[in-house]
Design a protein around this ligand. Sequence first.
Ligand SMILES: [Zn+2]
Length: 169
Amino acid sequence: MALPTHIDPRKLALQGYLLEGEVKAESLSRLASSVSSISGSFEASVQFELDESRAKIARGSASVTVQAICQRCLDPVTVDLKADFAVQVIWSEDHLNRVAKNYEPWLVEDRMANFSELLEDEILLALPLVNYHEIGCCTGDSFIQENESSGDEAVADNPFNILKQLKRK
Ligand SMILES: [Zn+2]
């Protein structure tokens, strides 16, 4: 099921509503421009609720698979992105101080909020700045081995090794 792009988060919190489904690809332009391509469906599950202080909360997770460029070999790499989040709906920035520590603020100045934008923001936060294949799966691995051998020289400079050399004299 496709998730609605815009929702009334306060009403959903009062109802204790669970929204589950897929974010439409056309709502993900910022994610699309940050990666090579979006290769899987963008799934989200979000529980709206009131917490013990009657703050309006949306708690959930979002996940999507994307193709990015491995910065070691420059070939495509598949990256599974997952974000878990808990946000508190607030009317204005003046209410930032009411947001409890375990929540991120979600500024919703009108009745309706852009739900797709929230989910896209959370996934963008989960996207690493640079992406790599796992070691052993990357054609750029020989480059890492070169780095490791230069690491051996660092061991030779280790003060204990120098001590050993002094003792030998
Ligand atoms: Zn690679």
